[in-house]
Design a protein around this ligand. Structure first.
Ligand code: TRP
Length: 328
């Protein structure tokens, strides 16, 4: 069975854009494959962070993902499997300096950092994609569900694996592929020309755990007329509402409103659709929050189990590359 691995950074809230864009797909995949989903807290250190918040965000994201239906045995926290960083070092030595400097995510984020905080750009931000390669290769994962923005990192991962295999004369690492799935493009309801995202601010994303009144309110105030739409064409805002309706699985309402819609009715249908999704998720979260200790123990157990797989790979890799191999 193919192993699937994906990572998610413990930064920002879990909003409907992330839910429809990534999490929903993860839920489907775990019915078919050996899936590993990783809360990548080491990666979250590559941009400015606060220690207390980092830890809190990781556990919050764990609870949020479990509430959304990710199976506990598939979920782990990256830093609880420290072999990721050990393999990262080894893979650094098989990674091309030139290729890393061409990573667009590094270029974008370092430009952002340069603007914001006196030009400090960490080496961690630079080697970020090698750690990502380690996340994937350490489990010999062959499929990686990610967005298009991660294409370059996946290509780098394949190049690292190839170089490793060539140097050592052994097809040790399988070459992973990105798994792109048709996912709805969810835009901000406050500015339908921009992607729904946590970093744009509160009004630009609808939290998956928001109470129904808030969801209703945010949808009611969705921008539908930006004044630039040619007659007879749907505005970006209306189009976004229809995508949300479809993403929420409200196909009948989608079809009938497509045939004849009125903004108020469309908004009501979207809000109802989103609330119907979030209701059971919010309920599950309340249950999980009532026994946080149990959640911690579950993740501790899954991380320990998953760690065994990582340890096996690191042992084999150390043997292959000629590092000391004394047993303590
Ligand atoms: N870089 C990914 C992102 O920003 C997160 C990530 C870290 C990841 N490690 C991964 C994704 C491994 C897939 C596989 O979205």
């Amino acid at each position: 069975m193919s192993t699937i691995l994906s990572g998610i950074q413990p930064t920002g809230n879990l909003h409907f854009g992330r839910y429809f864009g990534a999490v929903q797909n993860w839920l489907r995949l775990q019915e078919e494959y050996d899936c590993l989903y990783c809360v990548v807290d080491y990666h979250a250190m590559t941009m400015p962070f606060q220690p207390q918040k980092l830890r809190q965000n990781s556990w919050d994201l764990v609870i949020n993902l479990l509430s959304a239906g990710i199976k506990p045995e598939n979920l782990f926290i990256q830093s609880l499997v420290p072999e990721h960083t050990e393999l990262n070092w080894i893979l650094n030595c098989f990674s091309s300096y030139g290729q890393l400097t061409r990573m667009t995510q590094f270029k974008d984020k370092s430009a952002q950092s340069a603007e914001k905080q006196e030009g400090f750009i960490s080496v961690g931000l630079y080697t970020y994609p090698v750690l990502q390669a380690a996340d994937i290769l350490i489990y010999h994962a062959t499929k990686v569900p990610v967005g298009k923005d991660q294409e370059q990192h996946l290509e780098l991962t394949r190049n690292i694996a190839q170089r490793f295999n060539n140097e050592l004369g052994k097809e040790y690492f399988a070459l992973p592929e990105a798994l792109y799935t048709e996912v709805p493009k969810v835009m901000s309801t406050a500015d339908p020309n921009r992607k729904m995202s946590a970093s744009l601010g509160e009004k630009h994303n609808i939290d998956l755990f928001a109470d129904p009144q808030r969801i209703q309110k945010q949808i009611r105030s969705a921008v539908t007329d930006t004044g630039e739409t040619p007659a007879g064409q749907m505005s970006a805002g209306v189009e976004n509402l229809f995508s949300l309706l479809k993403a929420a699985g409200q196909m009948e309402a989608h079809a009938s409103l497509m045939a004849d819609y009125e903004a108020g009715a469309l908004k009501q249908a979207v809000a109802d659709g989103l609330v119907a999704i979030s209701d059971p998720i919010r309920e599950r979260k309340a249950e999980l929050l009532a026994d946080k200790k149990a959640v911690k123990n579950q993740i501790k157990a899954s991380s320990a189990e998953i760690r065994k797989r990582a340890q096996q790979t690191v042992k084999e890799v150390k043997d292959l590359v000629g590092l000391a191999n004394v047993r303590f």
